[in-house]
Design a protein around this ligand. Sequence first.
Ligand SMILES: Nc1ncnc2c1ncn2[C@@H]1O[C@H](COP(=O)(O)OP(=O)(O)OP(=O)(O)O)[C@@H](O)[C@H]1O
Ligand SMILES: [Mg+2]
Length: 230
Amino acid sequence: MKPTISIKGLNYTYPDGTKALSDINLEVAKNESVALIGPNGAGKTTLLLHLNGIIRNGSVEVMGMEINDRNLMKIRSSVGLVFQNPDDQLFSPTVFDDVAFGPLNMSLGEQDVMARVKESLGQVELEGYENRSCHHLSFGEKKRAAIATVLSMQPEILVLDEPTLGMDPWVKKDFLALLGKLMHLRTIIVATHDNDVLRMCDRAYLFSKGRIISEMDEFKDIEKIRIEQQ
Ligand SMILES: Nc1ncnc2c1ncn2[C@@H]1O[C@H](COP(=O)(O)OP(=O)(O)OP(=O)(O)O)[C@@H](O)[C@H]1O
Ligand SMILES: [Mg+2]
């Protein structure tokens, strides 16, 4: 069976000349959970931005398709990307509007949209936040609202950039339980500095300076992993 995500020889340099990715080769099978780990600036977020075509750059196949203008919409509805910074995800006046945005664009009926919003807010423990302004949420609440905007679309592939950042320990515990359930249903790629998230994954790629320097399926704590200096 073809991998759900296949990346071969990917290089990426930002317009200002910063080289962010070099010769990345990576495959993710259907329903696999894969972590991307490595120090700040190693290229994890840059890679995730390729997975739904925010950065378009060849060398990336999603569900057997190289991302192009014709299939971009289809790929975006199948790949749900939760940004590292929730301010990049939340743009509507209220939490309800942001979480309903995806389902409304999928042309679901009103009842279904309402049900999706309720379920997704419940999954991140933001019940009752529908009418709150996204701008006035705390960082941890924004992060959870951003996750809800993606869960509401029920994407086949879930791409999470530092999902537990800013979560309090109680919410995080419940979020990890949700993540565990989602891992049985979906393909998940997650960039993380969090040992608890890493340990839940099937495999991990270790990034350093824009390269994958190792692939692992047994995990030490992240802080014990030696990163090559060059
Ligand atoms: N928009 C941009 N323009 C120029 N350079 C960028 C841009 N975004 C990121 N970079 C640079 O690209 C490199 C990779 O950054 P990236 O954000 O992918 O790292 P990361 O592994 O996600 O780090 P972190 O753990 O801090 O989230 C870094 O050197 C970063 O400074
Ligand atoms: Mg990042």
